[in-house]
Write a protein that binds this ligand. Sequence first.
Ligand code: HEM
Length: 234
Amino acid sequence: MAAAPGVRFPVFGLVRLLGLASATAIIVWAVHFRGGMAFSSETDKLLIFNVHPVLMLIGLVVLNGEALLAYKTVPGTKKLKKLVHLALQFLAMLLSLIGLWTVWKFHNEREIDHLYTLHSWLGLSCIIFFSLQWATGFYTFWYPGGSRSGRASLLPWHVFFGLFLYVLAIATSVSGLLEKSIFMQSTKMIGRFSTEALFMNSLGMLLLLLGALVILAVVSPGAGKIDTYRGSSE
Ligand code: HEM
């Protein structure tokens, strides 16, 4: 198999910068363009919906991306790196469950069907498998912890599914942005070339770039210490 590409630029700094930019952009979209967020509202149910993209994107894309890189970015012992990895993923899972609850509540209060779009199918799969991945990882690598050989055989699958679910989170977020933009265009809430539509398209492109850099930082032997991913099941 061909070697993974070597990285000669500050990929971790760039990932952090693009992650912060994406988080800021989705908050600006919800607050500035869509009028804000609320967990409950009698007058404007869309405020409840607006919480959904913000929590999903910050949780499953931004925090998840940082968590994937924790073994290469966090200084200190292997145990500390592992703790940061699992704590960030836990936070991501928590935010995604709250984000799912808000969109579910919005659909209930507006009497909209559940799970009728491809986005919702991708999203539900993402949340279910992300939670399973977290629980399996916690049980095997943290507490109570599997046997040495059990951990060694699970690790490559854990890494593979972790990356796969990260790509799925990016794809789901991009499909959510696309779907919301098309919904709003078809009901004449926004124009095709309105600032908001272009802003949403740009955010989708930003997520694509962020995803590429996170994957590059994970697979590249030049970026950080490779032994934590390749040679050990600790
Ligand atoms: C990884 C991130 C995301 C996940 C896991 C996810 C998951 C979901 C799920 C499971 C539903 C179905 C709720 C129901 O049927 O009651 C849903 C609905 C929705 N989501 Fe997301 N979502 C994500 C990100 C986003 C983003 C960034 C947007 C952008 C605006 C978005 C827009 C929507 C919209 C418009 C709906 C309602 C229509 C539909 O059911 O497809 N989502 N999402």
